[in-house]
Design a protein around this ligand. Structure first.
Ligand code: DGT
Ligand code: CA
Ligand code: CA
Length: 587
């Protein structure tokens, strides 16, 4: 819990720094906050064990942030933060949670109208006070009201990456009971939506009562909303609600189909049934009183004249029409990805990762990858101790040594030499072309100056894509789930430029990012833009986040042809090389 408390403060500091227009530092605080949220051990315990030094050793936490964490552990406060709050005493995370409201706007809203929280903001917008502020206008005011409505609707959702491991523990406990014949996750979690409202579990059980007893007494249950013979509902200590339904075997498929949703998908499938003179509900597919399907999902879809639809696609975004026509795309599988091209390492105290190259490789091999790309931060990102040109060369000598060792051992594994360079404010790259040229590939990403006009930001990214040695744009839209909106960009223009230049867009698998998201992925695919699923791992365990990126790719209908790291290594490298040869791109 202390990790989350401090993370929230660090996020707020990032907003305040952004408000002041300070470059790079907001990124450092945001990154440190994300690190804390993903840390398994409490920082107070780490501090108790090893003091300030142990805090500094947490990847992504530099000296100055470590000191602030120490201060919080000791005093329950961070002075640096208190001073910001004194100057602009607002609920900054609450206000910036409204889509379209950024830190700089918050400052103006406070100074001109005294707006401190969401309530103030809503009132001012409703009274028409915001439109008269310099640089705001009627449209902004309308957007703010819309953003507030959206926020009220979507509040209290949890990240997929936060919920899934917890639910896996629950299903593993329940599935070990001899009374449980089968257990499945349904709802948005089965569809792998980026955020989850509540968890829906389905069970076939011989003795429902026994299963319910165990369910409501699971470790971590803080509330029992209800306990019955066929349905029980609990709240976990993390605030997540879980529903469990016991369902008869003969209609398990129809229950699973119904409770997987989405609601929109269900409404559309039910309509197909009606058109065929049938009735579909959670108890089965019926012709008059006769049940004609229901034991499995497959037989239901088949009886409706469709192929079985992967849960990730069930959003009524055209999947039903495609399935009826027998033209459902063959989306990538959870085992389709062959390697990860975005991880950071611990190397001579640089790059901000927690593990050595060897340790990262070991984990990548355990996952089943055939290659791992080391995408070290570069020099403009001082806070992550980015590498300069010379250091990249020295790092690569070590990588080359390891690769030849693998060859001698007959190991089918390759380490790729990459970097994650910074796209500077003007769109230029902070590493010289000569150095980029020597790498196997180069990623570029935005780590500063998040708030720019749409035109400027779009041009900035396109300029980076025109560099023939930049193969991949990392986390292309910059959103942090529940924290920060996308940058202002013209996504259509970005897609066209990616296509023309042969630049690959990243699907970043970090639970807070999932960037590109499902809708972007679908559009990129339609435009023929290639994508790559990466983790951005700063510690070896985070290489396992790849499944979240894969899930979003499936939600975006991505097939093997769309995702370059589902290809054999040689084909992927060939694609990168083709771009490097087109050096005329740089106008
Ligand atoms: P969530 O919990 O907000 O992340 O999203 P879901 O999709 O898990 O929604 P939830 O938990 O309210 O309901 C689970 C599933 O049950 C949902 O995906 C589809 C089905 N369902 C719920 N309400 C309705 C409804 O009114 N009509 C139909 N056709 N299906 C529904
Ligand atoms: Ca749900
Ligand atoms: Ca539910």
């Amino acid at each position: 819990m202390i990790n989350q408390e401090i993370a929230n403060i660090l996020y707020d500091i990032a907003y305040y720094l952004e408000m002041e227009g300070v470059p790079f530092k907001p990124y450092a605080y945001e990154k440190a906050a994300i690190t804390l949220e993903n840390l398994e051990e409490g920082v107070d315990k780490i501090y108790l064990r090893g003091g300030l030094k142990a805090l500094e050793e947490i990847p992504g936490i530099g000296k100055s942030i470590a000191q602030k964490i120490e201060e919080y552990i000791k005093t329950g406060k961070i002075k640096y933060y208190e001073e910001f709050k004194k100057k602009v005493p607002v609920k900054i995370d609450e206000l910036t949670a409204v889509e379209g409201v950024g830190p700089k706007m918050v400052k103006v809203l406070y100074q001109k109208l005294g707006i401190r929280d969401l309530k103030d903001l809503e009132r001012a917008a409703k009274e028409g006070k915001i439109r008269n502020l310099p640089g705001f206008g009627e449209k902004t005011e309308k957007n703010i009201l819309q953003g507030i409505r959206f926020l009220k609707k979507s509040g209290g959702r949890f990240l997929l990456g936060e919920v899934l491991p917890i639910v896996r523990e629950i299903t593993s406990i329940l599935s070990k009971l001899k009374e449980v014949e089968r257990i499945d996750v349904a709802g948005s979690l089965r569809r792998r939506k980026e955020t989850i409202g509540d968890v829906d579990l389905l069970v076939i059980a011989k003795d429902a009562e026994k299963v319910m007893d165990v369910f409501v007494n699971l470790p971590g249950v803080t509330k029992v909303w209800g306990k019955g013979k066929t349905r029980s509902s609990i709240r976990l200590e993390q605030g997540i609600d879980v529903d469990l339904r016991v369902v008869p075997k003969k209609c398990y498929g129809s229950a699973l189909q119904y409770f997987t949703g989405s609601k929109e998908h269900n409404i559309a499938t039910r309509k197909i049934a009606i058109d065929k003179g049938l009735k579909l509900n959670e108890y089965g597919l019926f012709k008059g009183k006769k049940m004609i399907a229901g034991k499995t999902e497959e037989e239901i879809y088949k009886a409706l004249g469709m192929e079985w639809i992967p849960p990730e696609m069930r959003e009524d975004r055209g999947e039903i029409e495609a399935a009826l026509a027998g033209r459902l795309p063959k989306v990538i599988g959870y085992d389709s990805v062959k390697g990860d091209l975005h991880c950071h390492i611990k190397w001579r105290g640089r790059d901000g990762g927690a593990n050595t190259i060897e340790e990262m490789v070991e984990m990548a091999r355990e996952i089943g990858h055939k290659y791992l790309g080391i995408a070290s931060h570069t020099k403009a990102l001082k806070i992550e101790h980015g590498l300069n040109e010379k250091e990249l060369r020295e790092r690569d000598k070590e990588i080359e040594k390891l690769n030849s060792k693998f060859k001698i051992q007959n190991l089918e594994f390759t380490i790729l030499r990459g970097c994650e360079a910074n796209i500077l404010k003007d769109g230029s790259i902070d590493i010289k072309d000569e150095a980029l040229k020597k790498l196997d590939y180069a990623i570029a990403g935005i780590h500063s100056h998040f708030k720019m006009s749409k035109r400027e930001m779009t041009e900035r990214i396109i300029k980076a894509m025109k560099n023939p040695y930049i193969n991949i744009i990392s986390h292309p839209t910059g959103r942090i789930l529940k924290r920060r909106d996308e940058y202002q960009i013209d996504f259509d223009k970005i897609l066209r430029a990616a296509k023309v230049t042969g630049t690959v867009l990243e699907i970043n698998s970090f639970p807070e990012r999932l960037d590109l998201n499902d809708i972007h992925i679908r559009r990129a695919k339609e435009e023929g833009v290639k994508m790559i699923i990466n983790t951005d791992a700063h510690q070896r365990d985070q290489l396992r986040y790849i499944e979240f990126g894969i899930a979003q790719a499936r939600r975006g209908w991505a097939e093997v042809k769309d995702i370059v790291n589902c290809w054999p290594l040689s084909k992927m490298l060939e694609f990168f090389n083709k771009k490097s040869k087109r050096s005329h791109l740089k106008s």
